[in-house]
Design a protein around this ligand. Structure first.
Ligand code: GLV
Ligand code: GLV
Length: 343
């Protein structure tokens, strides 16, 4: 009897053959080019030995119970895993695969891009050109000015702040060094131990003046740009709130390329409207994808909003899909999994 594997999105012509060539597998693939319906997933999951899912598929108790005791592996095409109940997975001896590392550079790239876009008024100005209004404005000595991200003759140093200091934060930091950033402050999971020696080592490695783990207040006050790059979930919910935003510099920008739930959207809209901060660049929004023209952040001209495309490069998505397929195969055929989530 073949082993049933449910795949919630078609992984494309370069990756599907990795699964199709394993004749031991019975593949059940969601046939449409949109997120798989919960009803379809629950109808097809009974008796499955493995599933390949996206962030949109909640793997909760109902999904596990409906799958039954056959389920041995959940492979998600994402680095985040808050859609998967890990405790239940551990209890039931289900392996979890995810896709870290392959997306680190793509997300770091887009984080720097959003910092530049938010500071340099790219949304307002590209919309102006798109409306045909360039002839009305021309070049003006102080037209469309914003704060300079790189160190400059007035500010000879810049400080980057990171909420979460994992792989993506560090890759973002390395991109900022040629911009003249000399200081880094960051906030980490309170359950992890402070490690000043490792921070000093990071500073030496990148030739920075300082790398310091700080509290939220200090992070807000010192940063010229704040990057939100921590996991979602209850422990980080609305960590960027009104209080935090009020403490930021008026010329600073906020970048969120992690999860929408870390930022209180109403507070951020207010901060932009009342000019507590200069601008924001966000790739994720709480409640996405229900983010229409009436959303408070879409209405703010100083907020650049992207529809969750942080990892969307051709190379990275191919890497993520390949990793997701190989994680599944590794778990099922006792081969190494490229990225097993161990907790
Ligand atoms: C994207 O948000 C991911 O978790 O991979
Ligand atoms: C978080 O996923 C990170 O890699 O920083």
């Amino acid at each position: 009897k073949r082993m049933k594997v449910v795949v919630s999105r078609n992984l494309g012509p370069d990756v599907m053959p990795l699964l199709q060539e394993r004749k031991e597998l019975e593949l059940v693939v969601w046939p449409e080019d949109r997120p798989c319906e919960r009803k379809w997933l629950l109808e097809n999951i009974p008796g499955a030995i493995g599933v390949v899912v996206m962030l949109s598929e909640k793997m909760d108790q109902e999904a596990y119970d409906t799958a039954g005791p056959s389920l041995r592996v959940i492979s998600t095409m994402s680095v985040g895993y808050e859609h998967i109940d890990l405790q239940l997975a551990a209890q039931r001896n289900i392996k979890i695969g995810y896709t870290p590392d392959v997306l680190t550079d793509a997300v770091a790239d887009i984080s720097v891009m959003l910092a530049l876009m938010a500071g340099r008024n790219v949304r307002e100005t590209t919309e102006l050109v798109g409306r045909g209004d360039w002839p009305k404005t021309a070049w003006a000595p102080f037209g469309f000015c914003g704060p300079q991200l790189s160190a400059n003759w007035i500010h000879n140093t810049r400080t980057a702040g990171f909420i979460g200091f994992g792989r993506i934060s560090q890759a973002t930091l390395t991109r900022l060094i040629p911009f003249g950033f000399t200081n880094c402050v960051y906030m980490s999971n309170p359950s992890s131990k402070p490690n000043p020696e490792a921070d000093a080592e990071t500073a030496r490695r990148y030739n920075l003046r300082s790398v310091r783990r700080v509290g939220l207040d200090e992070l807000a006050a010192e940063s010229d740009v704040v990057f939100v790059l921590a996991p979602g979930g209850a422990s980080t919910y609305h960590i960027v709130n009104e209080d935090f935003l009020r403490k930021m510099k008026e010329t600073a920008v906020l970048v969120n390329t992690a999860r929408g739930t870390l930022v209180d959207s109403d507070a951020l809209a207010k901060a932009l409207r009342e000019k507590w901060i200069w601008g924001a660049g966000i790739d994720v929004v709480e409640g996405e994808p229900s983010v229409g023209l009436d959303h408070p952040l879409v209405k703010e001209p100083r907020c650049v909003v992207l529809p969750h495309i942080g990892s969307a490069t051709i190379e990275t998505r191919l890497g993520m899909a390949t990793t997701a397929a190989k994680n599944l195969l590794g778990a099922l055929f006792d081969e190494p999994m490229p990225a097993e989530l161990k907790r």
